[in-house]
Design a protein around this ligand. Structure first.
Ligand code: UDX
Ligand code: UDX
Length: 430
């Protein structure tokens, strides 16, 4: 099939590359000309394991191309996929549909063929596909549009693998849109959930809410475990072995971040409120996630004794999770901001992610984890990168001013750290 993908960010680019690898003829379109130029040269604008090789392979194979801005060539394609960003609006937590609306308008203005299939992939509130359809019709009276919903379920850091080996593919829309989606994913054998667009959009939000809810429940339980002398890791190991519960997303830490969970949980609250439905359970999940940073910071303050002002604090990890360079809604940013507010001198290292401007200028960015630890009074672990787990901690102890660790991701064994001479605190374990 000939596929036109609008938005070549974390989701759109992975989708474009993987669909090309499945044998489709794909064009990725973006308003960001610098990004497109880099992509045309075979360069990858994001860190995502396996993506760059696949990108080059499919460009060389003549199945993948990129271009700036939507144009009349859209009529040469069988299907248009919308994968532009839907950031959270600051004022009310709703997903900002401005870019989706702009994209729909551009598609309508350039479409001249009799009929065109348009698929929404960005995560959006329920009802958006219907609004996309209305917008297309209002800007174009000639083309017959078939709008479908095929929400993305890619974990950053595992996105290529998730695309090629999904648990299920969600397909919402009329018969024409569904037949198109079936053909698009013909080579991927997994469960295919066929439904209307509203339900497809709701499946995505609900899945992310349920996963976020497990994390918040685990984090709230971690606080109880600590207070009662239980070990949250053992508790969740025991709980997760119940097949009805399962072992995933039960890891305590500094809270969830990224471009989906924070946004999608708040999006559900705003949808509920819009329909005058009490968002009690949804709010609790968001509140626990926010309070988890305070829980972590209280540990840091207690360990610092009296004040954090002018104290050198090392932070290992900036990305919202390992194997990505994405820092959107990363817990690290909240931690670094809290440290700066207290007057601490912050030394940061991450293997691929960088601290965004202007925060970057208020801290010391280090070239490796040992440089970050050098002279620090407390080391904070915020992302569970493998290189941190494998660090030479005897060396780290020698480098630090005082041997203290607050481990926000439970990457070390508390007993081993204490044997090495560290004062060590983690989440939900004593
Ligand atoms: C995606 C989804 O869109 C979002 O709904 C989901 O919840 C998370 O993942 P993501 O791919 O991570 O977003 O966003 P981003 O990396 O910001 O990429 C969006 C791309 O769309 C950017 O490259 C941007 O330049 C492009 N864009 C934006 C357009 O091409 N046109 C626009 O009008 C706006
Ligand atoms: C998520 C969804 O999992 C994916 O299906 C898609 O819808 C996009 O959004 P992603 O945001 O890439 O993927 O990361 P994910 O692996 O789900 O982790 C989200 C956050 O939860 C991270 O900050 C991670 O550190 C945190 N997390 C995850 C925990 O704190 N504990 C856990 O047990 C699991």
């Amino acid at each position: 099939m000939r596929v036109y993908i609008v938005g070549t960010g974390y989701v759109g680019l992975v989708t474009a590359v993987c669909l090309a690898d499945l044998g489709h003829q794909v064009c990725g379109v973006d308003i960001n000309s610098e990004k497109i130029q880099l992509l045309q040269e075979g360069g990858c604008p994001i860190y995502e394991p396996g993506l760059e090789d696949l990108l080059k392979k499919n460009i060389d194979g003549g199945r993948l191309s990129f271009k700036v801005d939507i144009g009349s060539e859209i009529n040469d394609y069988d299907v248009v996929i919308i994968a532009v960003g839907t950031p959270e609006r600051e004022r009310d937590g709703r997903a900002d549909l401005y870019y989706v609306a702009q994209t729909a308008k551009q598609i309508a203005l350039h479409a001249t063929k009799d009929s065109l299939i348009v698929i929404g992939k960005s995560t959006v509130p329920t009802g958006t596909a219907k609004q996309i359809s209305e917008s297309l019709i209002s800007h174009n009276k000639i083309t017959r549009f078939h709008v479908g919903s095929n929400p993305e379920t890619l974990r950053e850091g595992n996105a290529v693998h998730d695309f090629m080996n999904p648990d299920r593919i969600i397909m919402g829309g009329d018969n024409v849109a569904i037949n198109c989606l079936q053909a698009l994913y013909e080579k991927i054998s997994c469960a295919k959930v066929i439904t209307d667009t509203n339900s497809a959009e709701m499946i995505k939000l609900t899945a992310n809410f349920m996963l976020a809810q497990r994390i918040s429940t685990t984090n709230a339980l971690a606080q109880i475990c600590e207070a009662t002398g239980a070990n949250v890791e053992k508790v969740m190991e025991g709980v997760g072995l119940d097949k009805r519960i399962g072992p995933h997303f039960l890891q305590a830490g500094v809270g969830y971040g990224g471009s989906c969970f924070p946004k999608d949980t708040k999006s559900i609250i705003s949808i509920a409120e819009h329909h005058r439905i009490d968002p009690l359970i949804f709010k609790a999940v968001v509140d626990v996630n926010e309070s988890q940073i305070h829980f972590f910071m209280r540990k840091v303050e207690e360990m610092a004794i009296m004040t954090l002002k002018n104290r050198s604090i090392a932070v290992w990890g900036v990305a919202f999770k390992p194997e990505t360079d994405d820092v959107r809604d990363a817990p690290s940013i909240k931690v670094i901001n809290a440290l700066i507010e207290e007057g601490a001198l912050v030394r940061v290292f991450d293997p691929v992610a960088t601290v965004p401007k202007p925060l970057k200028y208020k801290i010391t960015c280090c070239k490796d984890m040992y440089e970050a630890a050098a002279g620090a009074e407390i080391l904070l672990i915020v992302t569970e990168w493998n290189c941190f787990k494998q660090a030479d901690m005897s060396n780290v102890k020698l480098l630090m001013e005082t041997a203290k660790i607050v481990d926000g991701r439970n990457i070390f064994d508390p007993q081993k750290m204490r044997e090495l001479g560290f004062e060590y605190s983690s989440i939900g374990r004593s």
